[in-house]
Design a protein around this ligand. Structure first.
Ligand code: PEP
Ligand code: MN
Length: 340
């Protein structure tokens, strides 16, 4: 971090600032120019309040030269992180570092028949993990809120039958005991900055899928990953699921530049969810192909056995047949990506 002092700063004022910084274990390199004095802050500046320094009377400007995230930063961990998902009762699935995974299943778990039918179909088409919402973050309190604990039970039944690891969303840390046998815990877009939830997930030893918030910058997404990792849980995958823009034909705007940018900034795997990113079923396959082409580590796609009667997100859900065709396309694109 670089701090430029105002022209009329006295030596005594400068020394007071330096002493305060040293008290926070920050070393200071002083560089005196003809006009300005510049302080180079050396050490772990991630804990230094940049805005507070900028607000000091003697400070002209402050500039960060390193990112505020460390654990998820590629600078501190150049190799890709590979996340292993599944337990002794399932197939093991790897994501990241060249391992590609496809998560598929309904938006919400509705009935036993629905989740089992979809699980069998997506597995046959090549998906490696089964998704399904049990606790649903719905915009309206009058909409279907999910089957909750019963929904997780139905996912566990499908896991037992198919051997697919299961993915489902947590909304409240108090529900963690219900997630004991869930293989990958999803933090949805609306909870990306639920810092108390993130801190609790940092204390467990289970992979986390962290979705980008509706209006979150990539830096904010990485800072949220940092919350989980700072607690000791390093098994975090990031998920680009579209961000809110002025566009109305699509539910959100898929930011594919995030795949490459997050790969540059971080060693964590990046998954793309073209279903929530577009909200339109005909756009899911083309956006999935584009996401694979730009190097994502996995996809999350909503599939329903009867989309017209789905209790949630029917408009963006693929039928098992449409999902199977999508898998054929993305497999071809993936083959090209690994060969170039
Ligand atoms: C979901 O995956 O079911 C979901 C609610 O997604 P998001 O948090 O991205 O809106
Ligand atoms: Mn959904």
């Amino acid at each position: 971090m670089i701090t430029v002092l105002k022209k009329d700063t006295t030596d005594a004022q400068m020394q007071t600032l330096i002493d305060w910084l040293k008290g926070q274990s920050i070393d200071v390199h002083i560089s005196r120019g003809a006009e300005y004095t510049v302080l180079g802050l050396i050490g772990d500046t991630s804990r230094v309040d940049m805005d507070l320094i900028a607000s000091l009377e003697i400070v002209d400007s402050v500039k960060a030269v390193s990112e505020p995230f460390k654990q998820c930063s590629r600078k501190f961990h150049p190799e890709d992180t590979v996340i292993e998902i599944g337990d002794s009762t399932t197939n093991r699935v790897k994501i990241g570092g060249g391992h590609f995974a496809v998560i598929a299943g309904p938006c919400s778990v509705e009935t036993e028949e629905q989740v089992l039918q979809v699980a069998r179909a997506v597995k046959a088409a090549g998906a490696t993990l089964l998704r399904g919402g049990a606790f649903k973050p719905r915009t309206s309190p009058y909409d279907f809120q999910g089957l909750k604990a019963d929904g997780i039970e139905l996912l566990l039944e499908a896991k037992k039958e198919t051997g697919m690891p299961i993915v489902t969303e947590i909304m409240n840390a108090a529900h963690l005991p219900l997630f004991e046998d869930v293989d990958l815990i999803q933090v949805g877009a609306r909870n990306m900055q639920n810092f108390e939830l993130l801190k609790e997930l940092g204390k467990i030893k289970k992979p986390i899928l962290l979705k980008r918030g509706l209006s979150a910058t990539m830096k904010e997404l990485l800072m949220s990953a940092e919350y989980i990792m700072a607690g000791g849980n390093e098994q975090v995958s990031l998920c680009e699921r579209g961000i809110r823009t002025y566009e109305t034909y699509t539910r959100n705007t898929l930011d594919l530049s995030a795949v490459s940018m997050l790969h540059e900034l971080s060693h964590l795997p990046v998954i793309v969810d073209p279903s929530h990113a577009t909200g339109v079923k005909t756009l899911v396959a083309p956006m999935a192909q584009a996401a694979v082409a730009c190097g994502c580590d996995g996809l999350m796609i909503e599939v329903h056995n009867d989309p017209k009667n789905a209790l949630c997100d029917g408009a963006q859900s693929l039928t098992p047949e449409q999902f199977s065709l999508t898998m054929e396309k993305i497999t071809k694109i993936r083959d090209v990506v690994v060969s170039i």
